[in-house]
Ligand binder design. Structure first.
Ligand code: SAM
Length: 206
């Protein structure tokens, strides 16, 4: 990984995604998190201060080590135990049915094989467990979706693997999870190409 991917992009991402519009969405999404929690694509730890302090433990996975000094401070400030593992979400090193809650925020856009990762989410969720997701993806507006398709190769490069045009709900269904609740909306402070949101809860079918 070059300087852009290890230093410049993570700083830019952290700065943009710590803004109030993002924090408010994180806070609302994470309120139902409970028990043993897994977060995939942890990034720079911007969700840490939004989890209920009552969770039993947070396990975090991300193949990258981004802004280690900043992340160390954020981890130290969290009032619940945390286990960090630097692996991809496509191959989770956890036993079946171990988590009450799995979380993904702005990550399914970037994971190279999101369906495989979501199958892993289903495998590690306990029966009755919940997958909480907050993701940007493909627009329902055909004109915007066409621009997302055109600009996706550029976004892949400047966003370090990020895709603009993934239909997040379909990926979740393809992986065998059942969507219990889905909100679709546009973030007012983000250009629509990257601000078409999928927010919701999915559960294991059986
Ligand atoms: C746009 S960032 C989002 C970070 C964080 N979830 C947030 O809400 O601020 C995408 C994250 O996905 C991570 N990522 C990339 N490939 C991954 C994979 N195969 N499995 C898990 N995470 C991955 C990246 O390292 C990066 O931290």
């Amino acid at each position: 990984m070059g300087l852009y991917a290890t230093q410049i992009f993570p700083r830019l991402m952290d700065w943009v995604m710590a803004r109030p519009a993002f924090s408010q969405l994180r806070e609302a999404l994470l309120q139902p998190a409970s028990g043993e929690v897994l977060e995939i694509g942890f990034g720079t730890g911007l969700n840490l201060c939004h989890y209920p302090t009552t969770i039993t433990r947070l396990s975090i996975v991300d193949p990258a080590i981004l802004l280690p000094m900043k992340v160390t401070h954020r981890l130290a400030a969290a009032p619940y135990p945390i286990q960090t593992v630097h692996v991809t979400a496509e191959q989770l090193p956890f036993p079946d049915r171990g988590f009450d809650t799995v979380v993904s925020t702005w990550t399914l856009c970037t994971i190279p094989d999101p369906v495989l990762a979501l199958r892993e989410v289903g495998r590690v969720l306990k029966p009755g467990g919940r997958f909480l997701f907050l993701e940007h993806g493909r627009s329902d507006d055909q004109k915007i979706a066409a621009w997302q398709d055109r600009l996706n190769p550029i976004q892949n490069v400047i966003g370090c693997g990020c895709n603009l045009n993934r239909q997040i709900d379909q990926l979740i269904i393809l992986a065998g999870l059942k969507i219990a609740h889905l909100d679709r909306f546009s973030m007012a402070t983000v250009p629509r190409l990257a601000g078409e949101m999928y927010r919701g809860t999915a559960v294991k079918e059986n």
